[in-house]
Design a protein around this ligand. Structure first.
Ligand code: GLN
Length: 541
């Protein structure tokens, strides 16, 4: 029997509802249950694929090629359960499905309304594509009280009735702020937030209260009384030093106990030594390295969430702290900017889109190559590194990417056709922006004797893609003569997926996004190896 945990948030946004959901998922797993995590996003975009990472943070891509909310990245990192397309739905997707049905005449002449048609579509989504999971954790995006979230709240209210209390629990995340002038933690915002939830018919069963300091027993009792919740179901969720401590700290607060108790499930205490080990290595490093990340959205960390996590995992694997220096790529378009890279142990150029700052990324790759600093290029980062080698080592002066304007030598260009398994997939120049990229997991074969073959320890890998442009294999020979090889290719051999410079201490570029699959308990081999190379480099200086 699958049980549902509905997670809402109140008072303010950015309380870490995604992390809270992920951590609870991990705790239930540690008690021996199987879990699946889902996110219902109230915004009107059909998916986050067309949203600027500047506004909304990174677009997380699943194996099955869905462009989803970055919270799904937290879910995967904490539980190891690969997310699927069915794990993230938005108001835009729900409405477009409902309207498509209406146009087909599927509603047989009925007047289409938010209740029941939209709420039914939401409920179908929540209940779809579930196999034998013990728990489905369903996070509702946004904050209670937002106009957009009302149909979602109504849908989960109805589900609570239909499934029965023995299969549904409501967990609400709130904030208990400290007011410095009075020197007190305040419970009123939590009371108001619960009132708001009650006004749509939802009585929360567990309250997770974010606070920057311990919440005194008296305040917990007060919250319990005013919010009609048992005192031991008012759980403090205090700020912690590393996100990987969240499962441990929530367990101490008793959140998994409360959920199990609610459902009458008797299980032994969870096995959390794996999480303590990760926290131990993350908080007590034996050394440190500094990696420069040369990107475009460097003032919004969420735009590179998975990347920052994957680098941290590489650090955990090597017992070092990885300091990240986020550098705006445009500054490398000035001659004197390379000084910024003094004292750096590795350079990473992540994924990106568009012309702004692109030449700066080309220069940063050139610096790493010439100075023999470990270099990791991801997607756009790899494409820019190939342009650099083409221009400066292979003598292809006009080398460029057609994404950035007319390129006399299109080393990177738009591929209009490729194969996935036995299926031919196509895209068109000037087509729609949403959903026209090569998305999701693709197989890649690694060449014998290459560095990546050694790093992965296998010759067939599956990694996730999100891009329109591809490396033009017509330049393979010229680049190989200049010292750059394509050490990973699509199974039909047509698409170069990985490049490396064998003669350099560590210079690897990949067309896919390895950061999406890295986990604290299973750091991605490329990040582990890159951080190792940065440690070696730090010993040289
Ligand atoms: N803009 C490039 C492309 O579409 C790279 C995309 C990316 O880095 N994810 O191919």
């Amino acid at each position: 029997m699958t049980r549902f945990i509905f997670i809402t948030g109140g008072v303010v946004s950015s309380l870490g509802k995604g992390l809270a959901s992920a951590a609870l998922g991990a705790l239930l797993q540690a008690r021996g249950f199987t879990v699946r995590l889902r996110k219902l996003d109230p915004y009107l975009n059909v998916d986050p694929g067309t949203m600027s990472p500047y506004q909304h943070g990174e677009v997380y891509v699943t194996d099955d090629g869905a462009e989803t909310d970055l919270d799904l990245g937290h879910y995967e990192r904490f539980t190891g359960v690969a997310s699927r397309r069915s794990d993230n739905v938005t108001t835009g997707r729900i409405y477009s499905d409902v309207i498509a049905k209406e146009r087909r005449g599927d509603y047989l002449g009925a007047t289409i309304q938010v209740i029941p048609h939209v709420t039914d579509a939401i409920k179908d989504y929540v209940l779809s594509d579930i196999a034998t999971e013990d728990f489905v954790l369903c996070e509702i995006g946004g904050t209670v009280g937002d106009i957009e979230s009302l149909p979602f709240l109504e849908a989960i209210r109805q589900l609570g009735n239909e499934l029965g209390r023995e299969r549904a629990i409501y967990l609400h995340l709130t904030l208990v702020p400290f007011i410095s002038t009075s020197g007190e933690l305040k419970t009123k915002p939590t009371q108001h937030s619960v009132k708001e939830l009650l006004s749509v018919g939802i009585q929360p069963d567990v309250l997770l209260c974010r606070a920057d300091r311990p919440i005194p027993e008296s305040e917990r009792r007060k919250i319990a009384l005013f919010c009609n919740v048992r005192p031991d179901a008012v759980i403090p969720a205090l700020d912690v030093d590393t996100i990987y401590r969240v499962p441990l700290s929530y367990h101490e607060g008793g959140v998994d106990d409360q959920v199990c108790r609610y459902f009458g499930l008797e299980t032994p205490s969870p096995e959390l030594s794996g999480w303590s080990g990760i926290v131990e290595r993350a908080t007590k490093p034996e050394g440190e390295v500094t990696i420069a990340v040369i990107g475009k959205y460097t003032n919004l960390m969420d735009a590179y969430k998975s990347l920052a996590e994957a680098l941290a995992h590489g650090g955990i694997a090597n017992s070092v702290r990885v300091n990240l220096q986020w550098i705006e790529s445009e500054i490398f378009e000035r001659e004197d900017a390379v000084d910024q890279l003094d004292g750096i142990n590795g350079i990473l150029v992540p994924g990106g889109f568009g012309v702004r700052g692109a030449e700066g990324k080309v220069s940063a790759a050139g610096f790493a190559r010439a100075r023999r600093v470990p270099f990791f290029g991801i997607c756009f980062g790899m494409q820019m590194a190939i342009i650099e080698v083409a221009r400066n080592l292979a003598g292809i002066k006009g080398a460029g990417s057609t994404e950035l304007g007319p390129a006399p030598e299109p080393v990177i260009g738009l591929m209009t056709e490729w194969t996935r398994g036995n299926v031919v997939e196509r895209r068109f120049e000037g087509g729609e922006l949403g959903g026209t990229m090569r998305l999701g997991a693709y197989e890649c074969n690694l060449s014998a004797n290459s560095r990546v073959r050694q790093i992965y320890g296998e010759d067939r890998i599956f990694e996730r893609h999100r891009h329109r442009y591809e490396v033009n294999s017509a330049y393979e020979e010229a680049l190989a003569k200049a010292g750059m090889i394509f050490s990973g290719k699509s199974p039909d051999g047509k698409l170069p997926e990985i490049m490396e410079i064998p003669e350099h201490p560590w210079f690897i570029g990949v067309q896919f996004h390895p950061e999406l699959k890295s986990k604290p308990f299973e750091p991605h081999p490329l990040f582990t190896s890159f951080v190792r190379a940065a440690i070696d480099q730090s010993r040289l200086v």
